[in-house]
Ligand binder design. Structure first.
Ligand SMILES: C[S@@+](CC[C@H](N)C(=O)[O-])C[C@H]1O[C@@H](n2cnc3c(N)ncnc32)[C@H](O)[C@@H]1O
Length: 190
């Protein structure tokens, strides 16, 4: 498994907002190596990592990242997008959901938003902080966001010092086009 360019950009966003993180309940979905979630935990957030319950090796990668970063107490859950599992039902309300490079397969987009919608029922103020790599100009979330009653704000990379080919000594962002989105419940007044 890799750390994807999106993960470095999302980690930079978290680092930029690190003073707001202590005590926040944060869930990372499709976490893989879990760079953003690990950073959030190091900054004082209450973090839960998750990856597909059908991909045990990915869950094992999440656990290894916790061990390697001296965070053995972090919970790692199998959460498959679009599935309402016992683990999803049992989750406490979250403040932030992290999603780095999960919008890579259009057929998964609605499943991801269904899971986010479910978490919005537990806390209507929850925000999805997500980075995605632009792979096709034809892909759009707009219609699905409208269908699921969500709104989206694009965060310019320069506003959090991520408009560079190298971020925090990582050359991964390179020339990939990565975008940062904050998605929330459309009826939330914030
Ligand atoms: C492109 S990788 C991104 C990994 C990590 N977030 C990063 O940016 O480095 C996509 C991740 O989504 C996970 N994934 C794929 N399909 C999934 C599904 N249906 N439900 C939950 N996670 C899934 C994969 O196991 C993988 O960890």
């Amino acid at each position: 498994m890799y750390v994807w360019p999106c993960a470095v950009v999302l980690a930079q966003y978290l680092w930029f907002h690190r003073r707001s993180l202590p005590g926040k309940a944060i869930l990372e979905i499709g976490a893989g190596v879990s760079l953003p979630g690990i950073l959030a935990a190091k900054c004082g957030a209450e973090v839960i990592l998750s990856d597909s319950s059908e991909l045990p090796h990915c869950l094992e990668v999440c656990r290894q990242s916790c061990q390697m970063n001296n965070l053995p107490q972090l919970q790692v859950l199998g959460l498959t997008w679009g599935h309402v599992s016992w683990d999803l039902l049992a989750l406490p309300p979250q403040d932030v959901i992290l999603a780095s490079d999960v919008f890579f397969e259009p057929e998964d987009f609605e499943d991801i938003l269904t899971t986010i919608y479910f978490l919005m029922q537990k806390n209507p103020k929850v925000q999805l902080w997500s980075t995605y790599q632009v792979r096709s100009a034809d892909w759009s979330l707009e219609a699905l966001l409208y269908k699921w009653d969500m709104k989206c704000v694009h965060i310019p990379l320069e506003s959090f010092d991520a408009d560079k080919e190298d971020i925090a000594e990582s050359a991964l962002p390179g020339r990939h086009t990565v975008e940062m989105l904050v998605i929330s419940f459309a009826k939330d007044s914030l």
